[in-house]
Design a protein around this ligand. Structure first.
Ligand code: ING
Length: 309
């Protein structure tokens, strides 16, 4: 028995500061139509897919960035995407900036199926800094504009499998995959906006893409899950964002990868039963994961390290 799902990764090229939501949505509807022609049942869009990556800019008054946030979802600008997906019977992951009625700001993703939001996630690992850093050519002020997510990492049944979501920096942390994997996740989705230069520390440029794929391939293998990572890429207002969108199978192998830094659809047929195999053999937690012998709790840091003899 196999549970084959054709999955699309809908990478977006740059969204310039003055580009409208409507324009970004039209680009996504175009990619969704292409996905339909490939028989896709699920499409993953990037993180912050409705706006430019505005945390690269400093604003003294953070409400100056509120025009990049959605106060309701769906809304008039995004509804064409919801409608096109429902008509095509395609479920989708969408990353956007959420401003709640009681004034909280989150970097959020939703899972939508049959035109309805069936799942929501709010980004937990916010990289960068909260105050202006004059030493950086670009800021990375996610800690200024967003609050840490407060929904944990839930999983949902969708399109015959168990789906989970993360956002960008979350893909670098093993806990992200493990929490969902302990709940049985078979496919985890990450939109991302990753500048091609690390403005926090001197780092050889090639490591950007290496770490991008390393983290998702490791997360896939060590948690026996598919991983779909989808970039917003290209030159946004002079700041280059990496592409490299990819679909990784539970073996850790990349089975589809973007080759541009523009709007580009990648497609792979994913047999969700491949995730089951790993969970029943190598990563059978009940049989092999001896947490009672670990001797430490996961949050323990700064332990006394005895001097060597
Ligand atoms: N972007 C980057 C990311 O985690 C980053 C920030 C890059 C942090 C490289 C550390 C190293 O891919 C977002 N938006 O999280």
């Amino acid at each position: 028995m196999s549970r084959k799902l054709i999955v699309g990764g809908a990478q977006l090229g740059p969204i310039q500061p003055d580009e409208s939501r409507e324009s970004a949505v039209a680009r996504m509807v175009e990619l969704l139509r292409e996905a339909k022609s490939h028989g896709c049942g699920l499409v993953v869009f990037p993180e912050m897919a409705l706006s430019t990556f505005f945390p690269r800019y400093y604003a003294e008054d953070i409400t100056e960035m509120d025009h990049h946030f959605e106060r309701e979802m769906p809304n008039d600008a995004v509804r064409p995407l919801f409608e096109a997906a429902a008509e095509a019977d395609i479920a989708f992951y969408l990353g956007y900036c959420e401003l709640t009625p009681d004034g909280h700001h989150y970097n959020t993703s939703i899972l939508v199926d049959k035109g309805k939001i069936i799942g929501k996630y709010r980004k937990i690992h916010l990289p960068g800094h909260a105050e202006l850093d004059e030493n950086r050519p670009w800021q990375h002020l996610e800690k200024r504009y967003f609050e840490p997510g407060n929904l944990g990492w839930p999983v949902w049944r969708c399109k015959g499998g168990i789906m989970g979501m993360g956002l960008c920096n979350d893909r670098r942390w093993p806990e992200t995959y493990r929490v969902m994997s302990l709940k049985g996740v078979e496919m985890t989705m990450f939109g991302y906006n990753t500048p091609d230069r690390n403005t926090a520390a001197p780092e050889p440029n090639h490591l950007r893409m290496f770490h991008n794929h390393l983290t998702m391939q490791a997360g896939a293998y060590q948690n026996s899950t598919f991983v779909v990572g989808v970039a917003k890429a290209g030159l946004e207002d002079g700041c280059m964002l990496i592409g490299g969108s990819c679909i990784v199978q539970p073996s850790g192998e990349i089975i589809a990868q973007a080759s541009t830094v523009e709007d580009e659809l990648i497609v792979a047929t994913c047999d969700l039963d491949l995730a089951k195999m790993g969970k029943e053999t190598v990563f059978n937690y009940a049989k092999h994961r001896r947490i009672e012998h670990y001797g430490i709790i996961c949050s323990q840091t700064g332990v006394e390290i005895p001097e060597g003899v």
